[in-house]
Ligand binder design. Sequence first.
Ligand code: ADP
Ligand code: MG
Length: 402
Amino acid sequence: MKHLTPQIVKEKCVLMRVDFNVDIDQSGQIIDDFRIQRTLPTIKFLKEKSAEKIILISHLGQPKKNDFWTEKFTLKPITDYLEKILKEKIYFCSLKGFKEIKAAIDKSEKGAIWLLENIRYHEGENTNDENFAKQLSQLGDIYINEAFSVSHRQAASLCAITEFLPSYPGLLFQEEIEHLNKIIKNSEPPTVMILGGAKMTDKIPVIEKFFNLVNFILIGGAIANTILKSWNFEIGNSLFEEEMIEKAKNLGSDKAELILPGDFLVLTKKQQKNKRELGKIEKEDTILDIGPVAASTFQRIISQARTIFWNGPMGRIEDERFSEGTKIIIEAILSNAKARTLIGGGDTLMSIKLLKPEYRIPACAGRQNTENRFFSTGGGAMLKYLAGENLPALRALENSKL
Ligand code: ADP
Ligand code: MG
């Protein structure tokens, strides 16, 4: 893969795909800005090395067709936020047509930074449409992918675009790949993978790959529900994914030990919080956290690990009553100073911020190296890369012929 150098960006209009898909609360406040913070060094690099224009592309959420070009998924609040933390003028572009966008950008001063409106407002984005990518490519002279966390998706601004412009990984993208390679190469046993969260379609297919990579796989969150359901346990009204049941059913091997919670915190029919053991879950219960026995088993295994991978909260962290399991896991991970640790995923990082606010996730690479800990911007992308699966956007960069 090619490297980004000062010569490459000098005097060039740089089209850079970033991942500013961050959670924004009702009042428009950004809940966790880690992904934005991590792209700042690259934006500053482009500015310092005299890029002609910097055009940022991002998605936000998963807009449906009737949300297109509405306020619902607009990147405008991110523009204001970026302007504040970067202390630079950021031009926001909500125009639809590429000719108009280009004309507006051309008129701006040298070194101007632009953020285009949600790229998913264009139909061609999610279908990886070549025609759309070609139009998009006409805005710039070179393309940079600085969105490692969405590199497992096939989309025009991540994949097809590389057919039309000289394409490079961003500084952060490169750093993410290097760190993942390093931890795969140097991982020492006991190796523990902790998986939770809700995005099962991304996660269940990779679990089987981890049986060869780690010694223990600890599972919480809604993923555990799906697996337990596939093994015919009652999970009541809990969140699970029907399409993943078949895949989940056959999970297991004699290599790594797969450990699922044996107790839970549930919300009962009467909307009360209750402890329940596996096998005693009632039809109207909703599992929203792992129970204290499971949390302490997970804690013990994590404390003895030499390599730790973590993605996905153990429960509904947004609700204080169901965040205890995740909090115990966070404390176990952060207090194991001997282990090499890799933590990734939007909600996973947010859970640290929420439940352990005194711990400051370092946003600069140097400190991360010394601490033996790496915080990846990617959840699904990180897991897929660890599992040795293809990341379409990474492959597109590698195959780019220009
Ligand atoms: P990440 O962004 O770190 O990759 P996910 O997006 O997969 O993680 O999952 C995070 C979400 O999973 C959180 O919003 C949390 O509330 C939810 N979650 C975790 N456990 C459960 C559960 N048992 N039931 C419902 N939602 C859950
Ligand atoms: Mg998430």
